[in-house]
Ligand binder design. Structure first.
Ligand SMILES: *[C@@H]1O[C@H](CO)[C@@H](O)[C@H](O)[C@H]1NC(C)=O
Length: 240
């Protein structure tokens, strides 16, 4: 009898602890008109790649993760069953990227998860192939400066992308814009050497996407560190 009583008292305490140390939750929503195929490096556990349009998914992140998420667009499988994508392709012929590096351009969503703290940024340092938004639900910045802000890049770079940085598909349709560092491989765009300054191209990218990091060394806004958010809502093609 006594044993049962202590068990009953113990159980709610366990549940309470589980509640306090809850998982870091990411939600993914695809508001684009086509299916997207997610990828990550290093690979995020059992996240299924494909995210059809109008899909909303809830995903519990590992307690510790440091890496990038991106999406692949325009993917298809050819007659020899070889899977490839117009952007973000991993080059291995299958839907699972298995932690491989993608072809650029990609819009990078970078995270450092150290439950309960999550750092997050949208980076155009490897160009852009997708419009994205990361919106913490609740939470406060670790430095005490306020609530955790949304970051996004919701404008296509096509209007400012230099012709030789444009990525096209096999029908010559615009599918993304490369970063000057990746496209030109010129140290002046790659922050090799002293100091990292915006260049004339990344300044234009920044003008369209002020909350994204557009050149190596860009720290405006700072990489936010958020604690206690209920979830991090990741939206592709977020509505304006
Ligand atoms: C499918 O794509 C792969 C990789 O590009 C290529 O080697 C293969 O020949 C293609 N198969 C067909 C039937 O086009």
């Amino acid at each position: 009898m006594a044993k049962n009583v202590s068990l009953n008292l113990f159980l709610p305490m366990l549940l309470l602890c589980a509640g306090v140390q809850s998982d870091v939750t990411f939600t993914f929503e695809n508001l684009c008109s086509d299916t997207l195929w997610r990828a990550s490096n290093p690979s995020i556990g059992d996240l299924e790649p494909d995210l059809p349009r109008d899909t909303y998914e809830i995903f519990n992140m590992d307690d510790h993760y440091s890496g990038s998420i991106w999406v692949r667009t325009g993917c298809s499988t050819n007659a020899s069953n070889y899977f490839s994508c117009e952007t973000g392709d991993c080059g291995n012929g299958i839907m699972e990227c298995a932690g491989l590096n993608p072809s650029f351009p990609i819009t990078q969503l970078n995270f450092v998860v150290n439950n309960p703290i999550v750092s997050y940024e949208v980076s155009l340092k490897h160009g852009q192939n997708m419009l994205v938004r990361i919106k913490p639900n609740g939470g406060t910045l670790v430095d005490g400066s306020g609530p955790c802000p949304m970051v996004d890049c919701n404008k296509e770079l096509s209007s400012v992308c230099p012709l030789d940085l444009i990525a096209g598909n096999k029908n010559d349709q615009y599918v993304g814009c490369n970063s000057p560092c990746d496209g030109y491989k010129d140290p002046k765009y790659c922050c090799n050497g002293n100091g990292c300054q915006p260049d004339e191209i990344s300044v234009k990218y920044k003008g369209l996407c002020p909350f994204a990091h557009t050149y190596p060394g860009d720290n405006q806004p700072p990489i936010y560190q958020c604690k206690g958010a209920d979830s991090y809502d990741i939206t592709f093609c977020p509505a304006l």
